[in-house]
Design a protein around this ligand. Structure first.
Ligand code: GDP
Length: 328
């Protein structure tokens, strides 16, 4: 029975990955942060077979302890402060967790493996936010990185540190450059879930309008459930490497609103959407579109759920959830 340690177990990717690994017969350990973490119960309810260990990416000794208990064959570092807009207000904390946290967990892995470095395989959750002010369209593994937020800068540090451990110590350390990926489990601070929740509430008469930021930016949105398969596949290869994981399609926030409102039968939504500078960012990533040819050719990975299906799934889920919450 293989053993896996997942950081960021409370997020959408952590939950989907835990389900995938459990279905493959893994013993799964999840690192959970902080006293009285309100998400503890969510993880226990969703994936009760996962063993939760207390630890923090900023605390190396807690990671060393987690490795001693989990004795993992595979480590998936999904933990991060992941909301881009928040990272300007908390740049140091984002750097410590999302950036230096990667160094901490790589170091914990190296110390744990000792002379037997090939006994451990490591996955780093890199991000399309690293492309920022995009230098090439579409973006591939060799596109110059030009991050546009403290979050993106921290992710670049983690990305290169992962490559550095691979090259310096021969660690099987891979990095997945994942483009935006969403699901009904996505946090409501992200734009897809914000829209799916608001559209559901508007359709049920529970809310009048939705207040948004920049409607012109474009993202390459995929389904998180598909993307965790790519993570696992990377660690099953003979050689560690870096892979872009994306759909290769890009859509604007306008299109997102179109699809979401259409799902509940509203075709004319302009009057229902207000814009507020509060949701604009000091610097914006305008156009993300990924070239995942390498993942397709080497891993045999392709996304299954398309944009329309994804947004429809999220809106349907939120309609059901909001109905239940409002006792409708
Ligand atoms: P990100 O790509 O990791 O920053 O994911 P988000 O889902 O937070 O944002 C995606 C894009 O949607 C960005 O270009 C935002 O500027 C844009 N956007 C427009 N309005 C909103 C909003 O109200 N909330 C969020 N989160 N993003 C918005």
């Amino acid at each position: 029975m293989k053993r896996a340690l997942i950081t960021g177990i409370t997020g959408q990717d952590g939950l989907y990955l835990a389900e995938l690994l459990l279905s493959k017969g893994y013993r799964v350990f999840g690192l959970i942060r902080g006293q009285n973490n309100p998400k503890y119960e969510l993880v226990e309810r969703t994936v009760p077979a996962v063993t939760l260990l207390t630890g923090d990416l900023t605390d190396l000794s807690s990671l060393i302890r987690a490795f001693a208990v989990a004795q993992p064959d595979e480590v998936y570092n999904l933990g991060a402060i992941s909301f881009v807009a928040y990272s300007w207000d908390n740049a140091h904390l984002t750097t410590d967790v999302t950036g230096k946290g990667v160094l901490n967990i790589l170091e914990a892995a190296r110390l744990y493996a000792g002379d037997n470095i090939e006994s451990i395989r490591f996955y780093q959750a890199s991000s399309s936010e690293m492309y920022g002010k995009v230098q090439q369209v579409p973006q591939s593994e060799s596109t110059l990185l030009w991050p546009r937020s403290p979050y993106g800068v921290a992710k670049v540090f983690g990305h290169y540190m992962t490559i550095n451990y691979r090259e310096s110590y021969g660690m099987h350390a891979s990095s997945g450059i994942l483009f935006n990926h969403e699901s009904p489990r996505r946090g409501p601070e992200f734009v897809t879930r914000k829209v799916s929740q608001a559209v559901a509430r508007i359709s049920l008469g529970l809310q009048d309008e939705i207040v948004m930021g920049n409607l012109d930016s474009k993202r390459d949105w995929g389904f998180a459930g598909d993307y965790v398969e790519a993570m696992w596949l990377m660690l099953q290869q003979d050689e560690a490497d870096d892979y872009v994981v994306s759909t290769g399609e890009t859509h604007s926030i306008h299109e997102l609103l179109d699809v979401a409102f259409n799902e509940v039968g509203i075709n004319e939504w302009r009057d229902l959407v207000k814009q507020d500078p509060r949701f604009l960012r000091p610097a914006e990533v305008d156009l993300l579109i990924g070239d995942s040819a390498k993942a397709k050719n080497r891993l045999g990975w392709t996304p299954k759920v398309g944009f329309h299906e994804l947004i429809s799934m999220m809106v349907k889920n939120d309609v059901a959830e909001q109905k239940a919450l409002a006792n409708l």
